[in-house]
Design a protein. Sequence first.
Length: 187
Amino acid sequence: MKDLSERRLSTKLVYDGKLLKVRSDTVRLPDGGTAGREWIEHPGAVAILAVTDAGELVMERQFRYPLGRDMIEVPAGKIDPGEDPLETARRELAEETGYSAAEWSHVATIHLAIGYSNEHIEIYLAKGLTQQKARLDEEEFLEVFALPLATALAWVREGKITDSKTVSSLFWAEKVLLEGWGAAQKR
């Protein structure tokens, strides 16, 4: 197989934000030429398919700026620098929903816009849920509810769920929960 990868020659920080950074790189192309590549640096995130004992998925509804509409999504959150993604998943599930899980499995890794960002989302399956009290971040308001997977998938088809990480996670849930694909690795 021929190596067609680009090699970074130099990088420049264009924007240094609280959550995101924008970099401008000069790369060596496979044919020897050079090109400029701007891309967004993101610490990554997790999405959690939390399944209740009744087999329903724990979901969240929130009003999300800048879209200005209700967003229905699976519990999720940003990976803090140096934090293990599974620890992020455990923390985010507890903070947002009040649930902890006895069983965790890594389902998949997805990349949202590989040509423009290094952001990746680790999708986890969480089972054996017990509920305590949610500890939402300041300025975070969520409605937490449980939903059958079939309903969630119907809502995707109807355009009621459009969040990309949630849509991808729900399609993985369909494979793992309904079609018997084993979740990759229990932890």
